[in-house]
Design a protein around this ligand. Structure first.
Ligand code: PLP
Length: 383
């Protein structure tokens, strides 16, 4: 079956925040929204059909997540990584960021230190500071567009009060898929100090380089995975927390239970199972499609090397573009003037200054329009 990613879909009849928040963020409706990380592409038809079928039944009372839905994710993991996880290791969450907050409560106390690796998805910062923990920065090293973990700096930053490291794997926004070797080194450094690594792997299916789930390397880790990014189902709000180690699971579970989050909802259960069971071919086609959009951007960056430097990400549908020859204000205003609504790099920490993040999960014709607007920006703005 060929999936149609080419036909643009009007989201104005929905409350898609990527569109509704344009006036607030960009001062106008008149920008192609390339900021928030959801796709302007339709979810797998098998998911939509399963949801429609469920809604032919008129009662939507409390329901339990069926065992078959958990098994769908377990089978997905088995077939992608050749690794078995058990149902008993899995908990459900309506939001990966909520799971991060629970982990912070479970594995640290007020005043303890938690490490993050900027530039980074902004809720990593807020989740730590909102809970009165100390934010410790272990910035990534940018070696000519190739990002690496600074292990020396990491070791130097650890103190007896360091309790947790919040890892983004694959990394939003820089697009790195960490190699198993890098992850092993990270675990070696942190585990000898008793630091719990919480690995946000919500982007782990959108990759062009093999991803290593952290639970395949150690049982003393917390891994967050879900259907939100993979199948464009963020509004369905269901993800999993995978904790193989019983002691860590109990510590997490104690806090988790106090929030009474519930175990997903009827529609999320249906979407979750349908996606993991039937979404493989759709995902394969999607990855090729997004690579095509990145190729357009690579071509533009080759033609305007002083204006933008872009290295195709190893994972995520987010392009992280170095536009450091422009001033921040000039960059933002110039792009809005050309009709582009992007995420500014400094939102991801000061290490992101001079960068923009562009969401490339959209129909090719809109991507081409965005490329034309970027080209006009490069031509019209002076350094
Ligand atoms: C790394 C990362 N984690 C978490 C989220 C959000 O997940 P959720 O909507 O399940 O809280 C995003 C969304 O962009 C993300 O990029």
């Amino acid at each position: 079956m060929r999936y149609d990613f080419d036909t643009p879909i009007d989201r104005s009849t929905t409350n898609a925040e990527k569109y509704t928040k344009r006036p607030k963020l960009f001062g106008t409706h008149d920008v192609i929204p390339m900021w928030v990380a959801d796709m302007d592409l339709p979810s797998p038809p098998c998911v939509i059909e399963a949801l429609q079928k469920r809604l032919t039944h008129p009662i939507l009372g409390y329901e339990e997540m069926p065992t078959t839905a958990f098994e769908a994710q377990m089978d997905w993991i088995q077939s992608r990584y050749g690794f078995s996880i058990q149902r008993s290791m899995m908990l459900l969450s309506p939001s990966v960021v909520a799971s991060i907050n629970i982990a912070i409560e479970a594995f640290s106390a007020i005043g303890d230190e938690i490490i993050v690796q900027p530039p980074i998805y902004p809720p990593f910062f807020h989740s730590i500071t909102n809970r009165n923990r100390k934010l410790i920065l272990n910035p990534l090293k940018n070696e000519k567009g190739e990002y690496r973990i600074d292990f020396e700096d990491l070791e130097a930053k650890i103190t007896p009060r360091t309790k947790m490291l919040l890892l983004c794997s694959p990394h939003n926004p820089v697009g790195r898929v960490w190699s198993s070797q890098e992850l092993e080194t990270l675990l070696e450094i942190t585990q000898k100090q008793g630091i719990v690594v919480v690995s946000d792997e919500v982007h782990s299916d959108i990759v062009w380089t093999p991803h290593t789930p952290l639970y395949t390397l150690s049982d003393r880790v917390v891994t967050l995975q879900g259907i939100g990014k993979t199948f464009n189902l963020s509004g369905i709000a269901l993800s999993t927390i995978i904790i193989p180690n019983r002691e860590l699971r109990e510590a997490f579970g104690k806090v988790y239970d106090t929030f009474h989050l519930g175990e997903g909802n009827i529609l999320s259960h249906i979407a979750f199972e349908a996606a993991y069971r039937g979404g493989k071919a759709w995902l394969e086609q999607l990855l090729v499609y997004i690579e095509g959009n990145f190729a357009l951007l690579e071509d533009l960056a080759r033609r305007y090397p002083r204006c933008m430097r872009f290295v195709k990400p190893q994972g995520t549908y987010l392009a992280w573009i170095d536009c450091g020859n422009f001033g921040e204000k000039q960059l933002f205003e110039g792009l809005v003037k050309q009709g582009l609504g992007v995420s500014m790099g400094h939102h991801f920490g000061k290490e992101g200054r001079g960068f923009v993040r562009l969401n490339c999960a959209l129909p090719k014709s809109i991507m081409q329009e965005a490329i034309e607007r970027l080209e006009s920006f490069c031509r019209s703005e002076k350094f």
